[in-house]
Design a protein around this ligand. Structure first.
Ligand code: DX5
Ligand code: ZN
Length: 227
């Protein structure tokens, strides 16, 4: 199974100090930063776009920006996010009619491609060829649109279903994930963990990052022992 990666969601950070907040997370053990891009169409809120990501990349040239594109026309932003230094472009399956073509265009720009599904989208909507072409699959455990929502445990079986079909892919969970909810996600086979409130709201974010990473590693060891 792919290794544990913690991706703090900057949605819960102080946006006025975004670069410093990202640096603080990297110092605390985060390998990726989860950048929530919202356009006011796919979801009601608006957060940030390529110009802001460009500034963060300038301040932290080796940052891995895991861009969660909660946008209505994901095809439209591939070039801009690539130019801004995005490392991974994760679009919503619900927002496109041609996910394979989109994955190809993301790869052509040198980024990894992710496919996200909202709580009401079944994991089987990610067809085998799409899942194989993608680098990462994102199972939302809240409705996309804002941070600090309650974890929806009913989404977790989708992680297990995807892990069974795609043993080598990164599988990310996002929404309401923290020390209390990581167990079920890790047991189901998720290895990329997004957490906003749980990390940024903590007194010691590095402790939470370590706890989440340890939980994934422990679950992976347990799963490997059973096999
Ligand atoms: C929700 C976003 C999440 C959000 C997670 O639309 O995609 O990344 O920031 O925040 P928490 O961890 O607070 O639920
Ligand atoms: Zn997100």
């Amino acid at each position: 199974m792919p290794r544990a990666i913690i991706s703090p969601s900057v949605l819960a950070s102080d946006f006025g100090q975004l670069t410093a907040e990202c640096k603080r997370m990297i110092k605390g053990g985060a390998e990726w930063l989860h950048m929530d891009v919202m356009d006011g169409h796919f979801v009601p809120n608006i957060t940030m776009g390529a110009p802001i990501l460009t500034c963060v990349k300038k301040g932290i040239p080796d940052i891995f920006m895991d861009c969660h594109m909660m946008v209505a026309q994901p095809e439209k932003w591939v070039d801009d996010i690539a130019a801004a230094g995005g490392a991974l472009y994760c679009f919503h399956l619900e927002a496109t009619s041609d996910p394979l073509a989109l994955i190809n265009s993301i790869h052509a720009k040198g980024m990894k491609a992710g496919v996200a599904i909202s709580p009401d989208t079944p994991s089987t909507a990610i067809l085998d060829d799409v899942g194989k072409a993608a680098d990462m699959l994102l199972v939302m455990t809240v409705y996309p649109g804002r941070g600090g929502q309650k974890f929806l445990e009913r989404c977790v079986p989708k992680v297990a279903e995807l892990r069974a079909r795609f043993p080598d892919k990164d599988i990310e969970v996002d929404g309401g994930v923290g020390p209390k909810t990581i167990g079920v996600c890790a047991d189901a086979g998720s290895n990329v963990i997004v957490a906003g409130t749980a990390i940024f709201g903590a007194e010691n974010p590095e402790d939470v990052i370590t706890t989440l990473k340890d939980a994934v590693n422990t679950a992976q060891a347990r799963i490997a022992n059973k096999q």
